[in-house]
Design a protein around this ligand. Structure first.
Ligand code: XUL
Ligand code: CO
Length: 439
């Protein structure tokens, strides 16, 4: 098969002065930051669904992209799916992305029965294995697409119809096996349609119990097949449903604790999902990090003027610097990665736009990493935060933290003290200026 991107060279690091649009200005894979290479810090990953299966369609219009490699094949055919595999790996190799991610039903088409779908998936699995081996590109995570087919219209594990639960389980079983076969580093559960559109027709408690049971079955099966990578839950508050059960990091952690699943899961946090939940991405990362559950990130961004999941490529240095500051604070990405769950704009119709988008995302994260490392090296921000809590390092604060005192002793302390006389600035504006020094 001829090259899909014949005019695009291998993307190299050329440094900040370069004006070559097909070069990295900041992502230098071998450059060390805090003693670790950028490649190992960032663990970039390309998604199969947007990159190969996106068409540029939206809810008001047809696809606009008309990819040359799809021409002459039918939509949703195994021929088209097979053609896409080498194109995808050529893209990852030219970009120098070490990882990728898929849903079962985007690498391979839907069959008319689960048996036929499995056959299609098996045929594609063979190709994926060959191309992974030849290219060295590894699987960051796999997942099952349990939301497109009409059988999942009421949800999958949380459907009112037990058959949908069974079909979803069958699908996840096979997707997990394939992730294991392809040496995936982890496995993701995104809720899809696990939520509700109306409480009038919904037994919320029963649906949540079913979701808990589903996840326990997945954990059991993971152990059975010997898959040792982490499971991730990906929070999202709405879209397609009005309320998704995995609405944000805190809701996911609560669900995992309630159903005694926390030891088996971490979170895969996505920027645009955080925005939809009314949070910053850094907030979600902090919440997950504090619970020891910061697993992986879906790197994209939303549009502040649009209320839906626009999945744009990240280009904002403040965003990536904040993300990397928290990620470094919690020890960095280990099994997880920086996964571009992002898509081109509908008007970006050329295959080369895929390169511009990913190069931009990678450079923005590389700069974010360098900025975060510089802020940490400078130390003023950290010192400020540490100093702000100094009342806990000795005296009454230390006694409280050590649980050496209770309400009785604290009442006596307050009565004796009379009033809190010191008033100390939070210095937000000063800290915002300090942050800007490094941008
Ligand atoms: C949907 C989304 C998914 C998950 C994987 O908004 O982010 O693509 O990342 O199912
Ligand atoms: Co995602």
């Amino acid at each position: 098969m001829p090259a899909a991107f014949p005019k695009i060279p291998q993307i190299q690091f050329e440094g900040p002065k370069s004006r070559n649009p097909f070069a990295f200005k900041h992502y230098n894979p071998t450059e060390l930051v805090e003693g670790k290479s950028m490649k190992d810090h960032l663990r970039f990953s390309v998604v199969y669904w947007h990159t190969m299966c996106g068409t540029g369609s939206d809810m008001f219009g047809w696809g606009t992209w008309n990819r040359p490699w799809d021409r002459g094949t039918r939509e949703n055919s195994i021929e088209r799916a097979k053609r896409r595999v080498p194109v995808f790996f050529e893209f990852c190799e030219k970009l120098g992305a070490p990882f990728y991610a898929w849903h079962d039903r985007d690498v391979a088409p839907h069959g008319t029965t689960p048996r036929e779908s499995n056959r299609y998936l098996d045929a594609i699995a063979k190709l994926l294995k060959e191309h992974q081996k030849a290219s060295g590109v590894r699987l960051l995570w796999g997942t099952a697409q349990n939301f497109v087919h009409p059988r999942y219209m009421h949800g999958a594990a949380t459907s009112c119809n037990a058959d949908a639960f069974a079909f979803a389980a069958a699908q996840v079983k096979r997707a997990l096996e394939l992730t294991h076969e392809l040496k995936g580093e982890g496995y993701v559960f995104w809720g899809g349609r696990e939520g509700y559109s109306s409480l009038l027709n919904t037994d919320l408690k029963r649906e949540m119990d079913h979701l808990g049971a589903f996840m326990h079955m997945a954990v059991d099966y993971k152990k059975k097949i010997g898959f040792t990578g982490p499971f991730y839950i990906e929070p999202k508050p709405k879209e397609p449903t009005k309320h998704q059960y995995d609405s944000d990091a805190a809701a996911c952690l609560n669900f995992l604790r309630e159903y005694r699943l926390l030891p088996h899961f971490k979170l895969n946090l996505e920027t645009n999902h955080a925005t939809l939940a009314g949070h910053s991405m850094q907030h979600e990362l902090e919440v997950a990090g504090a619970a020891g559950a910061l697993g992986s990130i879906d790197a994209n961004s939303g549009d502040m003027f649009l209320g839906w999941d626009t999945d744009q490529f990240p280009t904002d240095l403040y965003l990536t610097a904040q993300c990397m500051l928290t990620i470094l604070k919690y020890g960095g990405l280990t099994t997880g990665g920086t996964n571009f769950d992002a898509k081109l704009r509908r008007e970006s119709v050329d295959p080369e736009d895929l390169f511009h988008a990913h190069i931009g995302g990678m450079d923005t994260f590389a700069r974010g990493l360098k900025i975060a490392a510089a802020i940490r090296k400078d130390g003023r921000l950290n010192e400020f935060v540490k100093g702000r809590y100094r009342s806990w390092d000795s005296g009454i604060g230390k006694l409280i933290e050590k649980r050496k005192v209770g309400f009785k002793e604290l009442e006596a302390y307050a009565l004796k003290k009379g009033e809190i006389t010191s008033s100390e600035s939070g210095r937000q504006e000063y800290l915002e200026n300090l942050f800007n020094e490094f941008i």
